[in-house]
Design a protein around this ligand. Structure first.
Ligand code: ADP
Ligand code: ZN
Ligand code: ZN
Length: 690
């Protein structure tokens, strides 16, 4: 029975709307509604002069006098309210990452939703419902291979797990992790629940999507990532929220996909830094997935060949269940690692002769090689041999990179691109020369070194951000590699991730040493993961595995990192890194936050950070934390903005959280007082790059 609404009885509702953290509004806003609205209901409400999207929030409404409140404009109905667990996840994330609830909640909704009024929304929903009804996916799934003994044992352990647990699945590439994800997903779907699969990069979604789609042909699978059109993204999101999607596969944003019956979350390549959002609310999708699993009683499966040391330590502590797949499927061996001692090579060697020879042999046998270098462009800097001029960027504290193909000097930080000057802009000298090398130059050098005696060219394909800019360019290049139309693949670390190359039997890292001496304490961990992952590209075909090799050109062949790599020994590497971290008091043995400030001048940024440190002093919670002096970022100036940061360190996570919660209002007030001197500031909790 419905009663006619009493025109005078208005319900007060708390609504999350998009208000930036820095505006100081840290909670929800109250509105009046003629009917009670369930938490999680999407509404449109007035905010200033605009009407904006909002979410009715499960929070107590405030005390403000009713006369000062404005009514809800309209309700976006026809959709179930967002699940309570979704609101709790957002509330947790906003508290943990120190952003306002409204900012976070509205930022993780599909952008298209913000544009729709009630009528527009109803129309979209009706269209989607019709499409969902008429297009039941066909049921002709592929037949899964019987699980290996190791997989069967592991699946048994997974099935016996109490709900809400996190499992760290450690297994080298090709050990059958994905097959375990598929089997675990099957069990979850059979129990009537939904599956969320996270991958680090958009480029990797089509491949995994195809594998899941083939296995679950009778099920509904949707993707969520930034390469979807706004309309697609809204449709996929709505499909999940309606409970119509059995599986959601996506990048970090998908961790916020509303799934009313979530039963399993898979985080593939859980160590990958892409899981950390680098702007706005700087959340870690991996860490939120773990939280979400507990919240929704879903199993969380973190998979990697080189787990993050944070996850590894938690597994050691027993907080995660550690399961391993120690062998490649089919018993294929991992590539033999060969270290080339560059100090024993002739001066100016770019690619050592034995490596060139090994690549030649591969070509003769019709096999492929992959050579990678972490810098795109031709050379990182142009320089005048006379006066010493270098191709610096006028707007950044960085060199502009020489791109030979289009004869441009490009800044990889601010994007400034200019034609290469004919002569030195300082002294007019015509002899300006490239120093160092990027992937373009590496490609050129390889072509020269590998050309046959008859001058016959080898087929080289380059894959990096430059060569794959056009739509479909990456796919086209990958296809030609898969088809065998390429002998040597050259690229940045982009090529080392995930791709299932069948004919590659040699992988080479030509200059990986820089990371050994980086000031970022995670550089070694990242390098190890990168090299292991790259090694995993070789010998994926078990027949060729025995003959496959990973080459590393290094000036430090006896470095413990390379020693561990040679034995494919992640555990030894992790143990030695964790010992170092423990004695240095670094994560996971301490917890960090970074306060960053951007300003027109370095002095203004420094002043803000110093004032922030002074503001922390009187706080009770400050006793537990250490504040370090402000330092410039590695590239301090980008597009004429000076960037400084200040590290906050604390032995315990809750103590750090308490401090940040007390400190933030001080920072907001400080920013207000400093006026326009500061362009931006942000707190990054659990920062990934230091
Ligand atoms: P990972 O995700 O660890 O790299 P995959 O699950 O992709 O490993 O497995 C590597 C290869 O082995 C794939 O081609 C996969 O189809 C195959 N594979 C996995 N499990 C089995 C199995 N139980 N029996 C036969 N082949 C398998
Ligand atoms: Zn000059
Ligand atoms: Zn620049």
């Amino acid at each position: 029975m419905t009663t006619a609404p009493d025109p005078d009885a208005q319900t007060r509702v708390a609504v999350a709307v998009e208000t930036p953290q820095h505006s100081g509004v840290n909670a929800t806003l109250d509105y009046l509604s003629e009917q009670p609205l369930a938490p999680g209901t999407m509404v449109r409400v007035p905010l200033g002069k605009r009407t904006v999207l909002g979410i009715v929030w499960p929070a107590a409404a405030g005390e403000a006098p009713e006369a000062s409140l404005r009514p809800v404009t309209e309700v976006l109905d026809g959709l179930p309210a967002l699940p309570e667990a979704w609101c709790r996840l957002v509330t947790f994330a906003s508290g943990y990452y120190q952003r306002s609830i409204g900012e976070l909640a509205l930022a993780v909704l599909p952008p298209e939703l913000h544009k729709l009024d009630r009528a527009g929304f109803a129309q979209r929903l009706a269209r989607l419902r019709k499409a969902l009804d008429s297009a039941r996916p066909a049921a002709a799934a592929d037949t899964p291979p019987p699980p290996s003994e190791a997989q069967a044992t592991l699946l048994g352990q997974l099935a016996a797990l109490e709900p809400g647990r996190t499992v760290l699945l450690h297994g080298v590439t090709g050990s059958g992790k994905t097959e375990v994800y598929l089997r675990a997903a099957e069990a979850t779907l059979a129990a009537g629940r939904q599956v969320l699969v996270l991958v680090p990069e958009i480029n990797l979604t089509p491949q995994l999507e195809a594998r899941f789609a083939a296995r679950f042909a009778g099920r509904r699978l949707v993707t969520l990532h930034s390469a979807l059109t706004p309309v697609q993204r809204l449709r996929h999101w709505l499909t999940a929220q309606l409970g119509e999607a059995d599986l959601v596969l996506g990048t970090r944003m998908a961790v916020f996909a509303p799934l009313p019956r979530l039963g399993l979350v898979v985080v593939d390549e859980e160590h990958d830094p892409s899981y950390k959002q680098q702007e706005g609310a700087r959340y870690s999708a991996r860490d939120l997935a773990v939280y979400r699993g507990r919240l929704e009683q879903a199993t969380v499966l973190l998979g990697s060949a080189t787990p993050s040391l944070e996850s590894w330590q938690r597994a050691q502590d027993g907080r995660y269940l550690k399961l391993a797949l120690p062998q490649r499927i089919g018993g294929g061996s991992l590539p033999r690692v060969r270290l080339v001692d560059m100090s024993q090579q002739p001066r100016q060697t770019t690619i050592a002769a034995p490596l060139v020879e090994a690549i030649r042999e591969r070509i003769a046998r019709g096999e492929q090689s992959l050579v990678f270098l972490n810098r795109r462009g031709y050379a990182p800097v142009l320089h005048c041999t006379d006066c010493g001029w270098k191709s610096g960027c006028p707007h950044c504290s960085a060199w502009r990179v020489f791109h030979k193909l289009d004869r441009s000097l490009r800044c990889h930080h601010c994007g400034l691109a200019e034609r290469v000057p004919r002569a030195c802009p300082e002294c007019g000298n015509l002899d300006i020369a490239p120093i160092g090398r990027g992937t373009e130059r590496l490609e050129e050098q390889l072509a020269g070194l590998l050309a046959g005696p008859d001058g016959r060219a080898v087929r080289i394909a380059r894959i990096d951000a430059d060569s794959t800019r056009g739509k479909g360019a990456l796919e086209a290049r990958l296809d030609s590699v898969h088809a065998g139309d390429v002998d040597v693949l050259v690229g940045t670390q982009m090529v080392t991730k995930g791709h299932d190359f069948r004919r590659i039997t040699l992988v080479a890292a030509v200059a990986p040493d820089a990371a050994l001496f980086s000031s970022d304490f995670r550089a070694a961990e990242r390098l190890f993961a990168l090299l292991m992952q790259a090694a995993g590209r070789a010998g994926r075909d078990a027949d060729q595995a025995a003959a496959s090799e990973m080459w590393v050109q290094t000036w430090h062949p006896r470095h413990p990192l390379y020693e561990a790599l040679r034995r494919h020994d992640f555990e030894a590497f992790a143990a030695s890194q964790l010992r170092e971290r423990e004695s240095a008091g670094l994560p996971p043995f301490s917890h960090l936050a970074m306060l960053r400030a951007d300003a027109k001048t370095a002095a203004a940024a420094r002043e803000f950070l110093e004032a922030a440190a002074a503001a922390a002093e009187p706080l009770d919670s400050a006793a537990a934390v250490t504040l370090y002096p402000p330092v410039p970022l590695t590239v301090a100036r980008v597009a004429d903005v000076e960037r400084l940061q200040m590290l906050v360190e604390c032995a315990a996570r809750p103590a750090l959280q308490r401090f940040l919660a007390e400190w933030l209002p001080q920072l907001i007030a400080l920013r207000r007082r400093s006026g326009h001197a500061i362009l931006r500031w942000a707190v990054d909790v659990d920062p990934l790059s230091i």
